[in-house]
Write a protein of this length. Sequence first.
Length: 169
Amino acid sequence: MKQIQIKKLALAGILVAVTVVCSPFSIPVGASRCCPAQHFINILGAVYLGPGYAVATAFAASLIRVMAGTGTFLAFPGSMCGALLSGLLYKYTKKLPFAYIGELFGTSVIGGMLSYPVALLLMNNETAALFTFVVPFFISSFGGTLLAAVLVTIMKKAKIMDFYLGDLK
């Protein structure tokens, strides 16, 4: 295995661990538990690891959170859609604001709408509607995105991760 792949895998594991450790710090909004740390980590993974690793990290963290009881099945569509769109927008533009917008839109609108069938079929929530989770997911992702906008911008300017990761792209 190449050294770059090992570094990416190690960082992805660290991001999953940080997300799981921070998952008790969540905000209950309706049937969902909004975890701003997840969205911050999504952006961090999208910027430094790319869309594939960001989605895998979001999936692994969501799975562990659900198994540990600190998350719900709604964690999957929200976090994974946000990580994917954030990663894709950053990959093709190389501009941080697009990563932030991707996380917000991917999580709140796309992930929120995809959460409807999850709530209906897996959580037996018959009162949910198509747009039920858009606002709560936006609130959650806004907090994490705001945190990322400050910290990731500082990290990029200071080249903090460049020393560890080198040139991964």
